[in-house]
Design a protein around this ligand. Structure first.
Ligand code: ATP
Ligand code: MG
Ligand code: MG
Length: 550
């Protein structure tokens, strides 16, 4: 891995190693299995795994599954697949639910030490009692109940004697603390919900703030990296580690979440789009999920390089989503075969080319990487070009085909438009052209020049395929929002365009996730899910930077 970039967390690690505070760096990536991973998670994955790799440490994949209601095995499977696809191998694979006994014991320890109590206020009363930034909280009437009584109630909570919400376990810290997180936070709640791994073994579940530090400690994590919104929770994290007397003492560090322009990222919203059928699943190529980006045609390298380059900071900022495109172009530039594809076909008949004859022409597979060699493409009397490469009444500076004009066919000959064939409605359905055999590509012809070069595909052997072109899933946020509007009102109705076109004959055996650069169009990925042997589907990954101006 490339590890030239430094960041403030890496500097902390270096110092900890140098000062002997840490022997082996242990990090973890702790997703909650309640959705698929998105590009923001990828940033956290890269940070945690690359940091440990660089210092010969370890990284665990830990499913933070302490919230039974929303979690699912499907998400566990998908998350593992995505982490591996990104190119990382975890050391330990853990489930926080495996530590339920450990957490329960630690909670009992707190009660015995007088550092936790069972509280019978309801959720609203607890919230009100918390106070505000300017007002201290109010102590719960249950705060000073004897430890024995709390221990007994806690045990009975576990046995299922009480209903959801009837009582909770709270840490006893400081109701007057300026940090509201320290005003006797709830650390266990009753939830008679079925858990995807522990089934009905438990009907009490630890709260995230209590569970997370204990999970870290249990795994001997040294650097627990999370996002900025947990900064105010750090004193609670440290309090729990100290009061629970854990063997290992992890430390929490916070960095800014990745945000992308014009991109909805939160799992909650992505889930809503999936559930409401706005998209075709979590791996819809328009989704900012790792699996969506994969289907779209992004490579692990491009995502890792992107995450590395945007860096790790302490302050929020938004990265232009186009910056991600730059990394896939860079990665595929020398790797992807070049080819020609027609998205919106217009038939061209070359009237002076012998009927029934097909010749094979040589074409470089990648002009920037000659080692990739040569492919052969057929040429004959009938070809397809793009509808957009012809205009009957062109403006000046239009150098593509129009009546009487001559252009170069990439890898082939010059052709000249002689006649326009229209249907009854006046639509152009065919062009009649002539070609000049002298002008064959590679022949060194210098007799005259043309200003336009267009792409084409030989018609009789072309492979009919489907192209899917994408635009952002959500439109930019309006300055003035309508009342009650949600992100669903920003869904772009034109985010997907489906076209029926043609590709070169040599692509007929292309397989899922094969990647190509289509001359003048951009990079496309063979959709691994929608394609079949007889029907290839090409997803536009990213257009070429220089668009159609030739
Ligand atoms: P979301 O807000 O999208 O629901 P989450 O933080 O709730 O995400 P988790 O499964 O809890 O999702 O996240 C796993 C890890 O990924 C956490 O350590 C979290 O901090 C990190 N993470 C989540 N979103 C981002 C992001 N946009 N940028 C960087 N790291 C992120
Ligand atoms: Mg979370
Ligand atoms: Mg979340």
């Amino acid at each position: 891995t490339n590890t030239t970039n430094t960041n403030f967390i890496k500097n902390i690690v270096i110092e900890d190693l140098n000062e002997g505070r840490v022997d082996t760096v242990v990090t973890r990536f702790p997703p909650e299995p309640n959705g698929y991973l998105h590009i923001g998670h990828a940033k956290s994955i890269c940070l945690n795994f690359e940091l440990a790799d660089e210092f010969k440490g370890k990284t665990n994949l830990r499913f933070d599954d302490t919230n039974p209601a929303k979690e699912d095995e499907e998400f566990v499977r998908a998350i593992k697949e995505d982490v591996q696809w990104l190119g990382f191998e975890w050391d330990g694979l853990f489930f926080a639910s495996d530590y339920f006994d450990y957490m329960y014991e630690k909670a009992q320890l707190l009660i015995r030490k007088g550092k936790a109590y069972v509280c019978q206020l309801n959720a609203d009363q607890i919230r009100e009692g918390r106070g505000t930034l300017t007002e201290p909280g109010k102590e719960s009437p249950y705060r000073d109940r004897p430890a024995e009584e709390s221990l007994d109630l806690f045990e009975r909570m576990r046995k299922g004697e009480f209903k959801d919400g009837e009582m909770v376990l709270r840490a006893k810290i400081n109701m007057a603390s300026p940090n509201i997180n320290l005003r006797d936070p709830v650390i266990y709640r009753i939830s008679h919900a079925h858990h995807h791994r522990t089934g009905d073994a438990w009907c009490i579940y630890p709260m995230y703030a209590f569970a997370h530090p204990l999970e870290d400690a249990h795994e001997a994590v040294t650097h627990s990296i999370c996002t900025l919104e947990f900064e105010d929770q750090r004193p609670l994290y440290d309090w729990i580690i100290q009061e629970c007397e854990t063997e290992h003492v992890p430390h929490q560090y916070e960095f800014a979440k990745l945000k992308l322009t014009d991109t909805i990222m939160g799992k909650r919203y992505l889930k809503q789009m999936v559930d409401e059928g706005v998209v075709d699943g979590w791996d819809d190529p328009r989704m900012p999920t790792v699996s969506g980006l994969r289907r779209r045609g992004f490579t692990p390298e491009s995502i890792r390089n992107f995450c590395r380059e945007i860096g790790v900071t302490k302050s929020d900022s938004t990265v232009d989503v186009k910056y991600l495109d730059h990394f896939i172009r860079e990665d595929l530039k020398l790797k992807a075969p070049r080819t020609m594809g027609i998205l919106k076909p217009l038939k061209v008949v070359i009237t002076n080319y012998p009927e029934g004859q097909v010749e094979m022409l040589d074409a470089e597979i990648n002009s920037e990487n000659p080692e990739m060699g040569i492919r052969q493409i057929p040429f004959s009397r009938e070809i397809y070009i793009e509808q957009d490469d012809f205009m009957e009444n062109p403006p000046s500076k239009y150098f593509r085909l129009f009546p009487g004009n001559e252009v170069r066919l990439k890898h082939a000959y010059f052709i000249k438009c002689e006649e326009v064939v229209k249907d009854e409605a006046g639509r152009v359905i065919e062009l009649r052209c002539t070609y000049d055999p002298e002008t064959k590509s590679g022949s060194g012809f210098t007799g005259r020049k043309v200003k336009g070069t267009i792409h084409w595909v030989e018609a009789t052997r072309a492979v009919p395929v489907e192209f899917r072109l994408y635009e952002p899933l959500v439109l930019p946020e309006q300055e003035e929002k309508e009342e009650g509007s949600t992100f669903l009102d920003r869904i772009n109705p034109n985010s997907l365009e489906v076209l029926s076109g043609f590709v070169e004959e040599n692509m007929k055996d292309a397989e899922g996730n094969d990647k190509f650069q289509f001359f003048r169009h951009g990079y496309f990925n063979v959709d691994p899910k929608a394609s079949t042997k007889d029907h290839l589907v090409f997803n536009l990954t990213v257009s070429l930077k220089s668009s159609f101006d030739i």
